[in-house]
Design a protein around this ligand. Structure first.
Ligand SMILES: Nc1ncnc2c1ncn2[C@@H]1O[C@H](COP(=O)(O)OP(=O)(O)OP(=O)(O)O)[C@@H](O)[C@H]1O
Ligand SMILES: [Mg+2]
Length: 252
């Protein structure tokens, strides 16, 4: 076997349940993602997609079961520069007058080196990430003053800037115009070609669609489908209108 096949899974989720506000919003999830895979996480609003990815990156505790990233239980994981995460909604802006460049630079900070000055390599990485999302001209602007789609592009740049091995993206291109989505898909395609693992929540894959190796569908906190992307879409096509992304009858 080739080394990538024998390598530790990038993500290993075992019998994972997550309790939010006294309710199990994720129930008994099992999921293994190999290095280099590109996985779409689908499901209707409230089905548990964000809960799953937030738990994978260690933002939510497991009520039962376990998450391992690169073979290490997430509660002990410290190599944050190996993971890039785009949250569903901007939280970095909340009252803090951070500039575009500062938010992108925060993607280079591993937790223990918060006050390390930026190296010239860091500055180059920031410039390149800003170019990918076409936000170079706004680098000194406050993120709070940007449009929603522009803020989302800044979060994408922040996730890309450290060139992480694992990208976890929660609806990264929601509110981002089609031209920027295509540029983003291209940046992801280049990283996937170099072996980056991608887990992406989305209602509308758009230009990313062709990159997906595998789909997971969540329904009421359970994984109800895990397989080739075309099969999940074939199910959706049984319905005369809409797609898997907007058919609550199939998904809810
Ligand atoms: N902090 C919280 N406390 C209690 N319940 C929560 C909390 N956050 C989310 N939930 C509930 O957990 C369930 C799953 O939410 P989650 O955000 O994971 O869904 P989602 O699939 O990402 O939906 P969307 O497509 O709208 O982003 C929902 O029913 C939601 O109401
Ligand atoms: Mg969500």
């Amino acid at each position: 076997m080739t080394p990538p096949r024998t390598a530790e899974p990038a993500v290993q989720v075992t019998d994972l349940s997550v309790d939010l506000g006294g309710r199990l919003v994720l129930r008994g999830a099992d999921l293994q993602i190999r290095p280099g895979e590109v996985v779409a996480v689908l499901g209707t609003n409230g089905s548990g997609k964000s809960t799953l990815v937030r738990t994978i990156v260690g933002l939510l505790p497991a009520a039962r079961g376990e998450v391992k990233v690169f073979g290490t239980p997430i509660r002990r994981f410290r190599q944050w520069n190996r993971i890039g995460y785009v949250p569903q909604r901007i939280t970095a802006a909340g009252g803090v007058p951070a500039t575009v460049a500062e938010v992108v630079a925060s993607g280079l900070l591993s937790k223990r080196r918060l006050f390390r000055p930026l190296s010239s390599a860091d500055r180059t990485a920031i410039t390149e990430a800003l170019e990918i999302v076409d936000m170079t001209a706004q680098r000194k602007d406050g993120v709070a003053e940007l449009s929603g789609g522009q803020q989302q592009r800044v979060l994408i740049a922040r996730a890309l800037v450290s060139d992480p091995e694992l990208l976890i993206l929660d609806e990264p291109t929601a509110g981002v115009d089609l031209a920027s989505q295509a540029v983003f898909a291209d940046a992801i395609r280049q990283r996937v070609a170099r072996g980056t693992t991608v887990v992406m929540v989305s209602h509308d894959l758009g230009p990313m669609d062709a990159l997906i190796d595998r789909s997971i569908i969540l329904r009421r906190g359970r994984i109800v489908y895990d397989g080739p992307p075309h099969a999940s879409q074939t199910h959706a096509h049984v319905h005369p209108h809409g797609s898997v992304h907007d058919e609550p009858g199939w998904l809810s």
